[in-house]
Ligand binder design. Sequence first.
Ligand code: FES
Ligand code: FES
Length: 157
Amino acid sequence: MQKIEINLTVNQRSYELKVKPNKRLLDVLRNDLNFTGVKEGCGIGECGACTVIMDGEIVNSCMVLAGQARDSEIITVEDLESENGLHPIQKAFIDAGAVQCGFCTPGMILSTLNLLKENSNPTRSEIKDGLEGNFCRCTGYKQIIDAVELAAEMMRD
Ligand code: FES
Ligand code: FES
């Protein structure tokens, strides 16, 4: 299959790549660009481990082809940490004990980021709805919901 040229902006930086059009965005991000915070779980759009923000929307990067991501702006979890240290959402996940094996955490954090952009003071039920595409095998979700509440509080202050 012939390769195509695509431009992508990932975490504020532009990339020009030649890739097979049916290559998954997940593989472009992890293997070509080394953003290994993007995880592969199910590979079929069900677990949310591969969550990224694409043009402001949460997507499962295992279900997006490189050709579909052409000219888009992508945010991965690597964008959150800055020279000032961890993002409040990252701190809240640690403080609330919401990181156990950590495999779901990058996706959970990006879904939280998008949720809190739209709703700075979500109820526990709204948090559950906002994270419904992200599965966690370890925590039983209580600590994750606590973490999102804590992050919301920290970001409002
Ligand atoms: S790896 Fe993409 S949704 Fe599970
Ligand atoms: S912390 Fe292990 S899957 Fe969520």
